[in-house]
Ligand binder design. Structure first.
Ligand code: ZN
Length: 330
């Protein structure tokens, strides 16, 4: 979006804009400077300067200056956001959409992660420490209190942020949460936030979650490991099991089920929580997948564990691989 703003200013040079609005000026000096009567206040002696190279103005009469967007704000008495909309309308450019807003939010949180030790400590406590993996999954952190201002300054309308659920009751919805962006192919479709303390429940945005996590790459493997949550997936990827995917819970949507059954030689290993609910969910999903003609194995983890706690407790990839190789069949 920063680039969008720069591109917008380049597409509408300030001098062109002023001339189209009947500003007459004469060149001064050699550095592409122009002076004329100020369009922002009444005057008889020209004191309004435009530097065409830097694309900025300054008036020595009323003391106001800035870039094109600032000029539009001042001359039409618009907010920053309204000025942006006005300029985009003049150019016939589309409004910033939901995808960009999700991408921009994920980007801001990703940049925040390394600046907050409580977030990095939490990740480590969940067994996630590899910086390349953190970068690869674009894991971020929402410290709270900065998203709204940031997004408004980039021209996103408040109602879009509220509609997407990014801002909830006037606050960052992901306040004090680790944030995973979820992509469907390359398109961001949702964000998952996991509270770093028990007072902040985990949550998704009130949007569809999309298909299986990272299916555009994981789906290329004939053998896949299906886990419940993104922390299970993160530790598995970190240990080299890049054929792990996640359905954000144990209940697959029709679309996710169709993805899993997209090739006849597909083998699916279910690695859900080892508690009763997880095991019941594995068994019933295994039955459905087998009825659809897939080869299914159920990975039995030690009592009380899920893939995340298994690795967070210091167990190795070889140990997990052994469990996969000895997966139970129905
Ligand atoms: Zn002026």
């Amino acid at each position: 979006m920063h680039q969008d703003l720069q591109a917008l200013k380049q597409r509408v040079p300030l001098l062109d804009y002023l001339r189209r609005h009947n500003w007459t000026a004469r060149p001064v000096g050699v550095r592409q400077e122009f002076v004329g009567l100020c369009p922002l206040h009444p005057e008889t002696q020209p004191s309004f300067y435009v530097n065409a190279a830097k694309n900025v103005f300054y008036c020595h009469g009323c003391g106001r200056g800035g870039d094109l967007i600032r000029f539009v704000q001042l001359s039409l008495n618009l907010s920053f956001r309204e000025a942006l909309v006005y300029l985009k309308q003049q150019l016939g450019l589309p409004e910033p959409g939901e995808d960009e807003a999700l991408r921009e939010t994920a980007d801001l949180y990703r940049q925040q992660l390394g600046r907050h030790t409580e977030a990095l400590d939490y990740l480590r406590s969940r067994g996630v420490y590899d910086s390349r993996l953190i970068e690869h999954l674009s894991i971020g952190y929402a410290p709270g209190g900065m998203l709204y201002r940031h997004m408004i300054s980039l021209g996103y309308p408040a109602d879009l942020l509220i509609r997407l659920g990014l801002i909830h009751n006037g606050k960052d919805a992901f306040y004090r949460r680790i944030v995973f962006p979820c992509f469907d192919a390359a398109r961001p479709v949702n964000l998952y936030g996991r509270g770093i303390d028990s007072r902040c429940p985990h949550r998704f945005l009130p949007l569809p979650k999309g298909g299986l996590f990272s299916w555009s790459t994981v789906g290329n493997h004939p053998e896949v490991i299906l886990v419940e949550g993104l922390f299970d997936l993160a530790v598995l990827w970190q240990a080299g099991f890049i054929n792990a995917t996640c359905a954000f819970g144990v209940h697959l949507t029709q679309a996710q089920f169709a993805q899993l059954s997209d090739r006849p030689d597909r083998k699916v290993f279910l690695a859900f929580d080892s508690d009763l609910a997880g095991q019941q969910a594995s068994d019933s999903l295994a039955q459905r997948l087998q009825s659809a003609g897939l080869n299914v194995g159920i990975v039995d983890l030690p009592a009380g564990q899920d893939p995340n706690t298994f690795f967070a407790a210091g167990r190795s990839g070889a140990e997990f691989d052994h469990l996969v190789r000895s997966a139970r069949r129905l």
